[in-house]
Design a protein around this ligand. Structure first.
Ligand code: ZN
Length: 241
């Protein structure tokens, strides 16, 4: 009898555990992700240079700041795409973050306001897609190369990220077996209502990446690769030449 009661208690405890687990999982699963509806192309593109002072993003051993390199790549990309006839919207135009003036007194508040302003720009832009430029960093120096990221809530995100990954690989003569990766819990890619990808251009923790990313020549190849990816995305999605 005692044994049976004890067993029952264990079963009940187990059942409660499963129930709590299921409720928790269902909450995790119901984090709102924005579905994307495709419309007629406007040939407008949002280019987002990640971070912005005083948020420098990743910083290399010798003090090279991600925010600076992001802006350089973003501006060079904007210039080339503008020359090709695209309308470009930049989320930031200088070294500073874009948080509201009254949110600058703490780093946390600044970052929250900064990223929500970026999402606002993207979602009120009427653009066809958004490219967010970032630089990676890792504890080991070994890892190098570019990689794109997307939220799998839409197939368009995936196609855009895959095309840009392939475009860069096609334009830079260095080995890179990375594939576009699905990520979540990143506000920009979670909440963007247009196809969006994050392009991590390279690792500031890798000496060769760091050297190359500071040369205009290498960045030009990166930019050509991103553009090739964007153009292949357009022809895949809208069936154009
Ligand atoms: Zn970053």
């Amino acid at each position: 009898m005692f044994f049976i009661i004890k067993m029952k208690r264990i079963y009940i405890a187990f059942a409660i555990l499963i129930l709590v687990g299921m409720i928790y999982m269902s909450k995790v699963e119901t984090i709102p992700v924005t579905a994307i509806e495709l419309k007629e192309p406007t040939y407008t593109i949002v280019i987002d240079a990640g971070h912005g002072e005083p948020d420098g993003g990743a910083v290399s051993k010798d003090g090279i700041r991600e925010a600076t390199l992001n802006l350089e790549v973003a501006q060079e990309l904007a210039k080339e795409m503008d020359a090709l006839g695209y309308n470009i919207i930049m989320t930031r135009h200088d070294e500073n973050n874009i948080a509201d003036e009254n949110q600058q007194d703490s780093v946390r508040k600044m970052k929250v306001s900064d990223i929500s302003n970026r999402v606002k720009i993207v979602n009120s832009s009427d653009a066809d897609l958004c490219i967010s430029i970032h630089m990676n960093k890792f504890a080991s120096e070994r890892y190098y190369g570019w990689q794109t990221f997307y939220n799998k809530n839409s197939e368009y995100n995936k196609i855009l990220a895959e095309e840009i990954q392939a475009g860069i690989t096609n334009n830079i003569d260095r080995k890179n077996d990375r594939v576009a990766l699905n990520i979540k819990d990143i506000k920009l890619t979670d909440e963007s209502k247009i196809p969006t990808t994050i392009v991590e251009c390279g690792f500031l923790s890798n000496p060769e990446d760091l050297r190359l990313l500071q040369t205009e020549e290498y960045r030009a190849k990166l930019v050509s690769g991103i553009i090739e990816g964007v153009e292949n995305y357009y022809s895949k999605i809208y069936g154009e030449e």
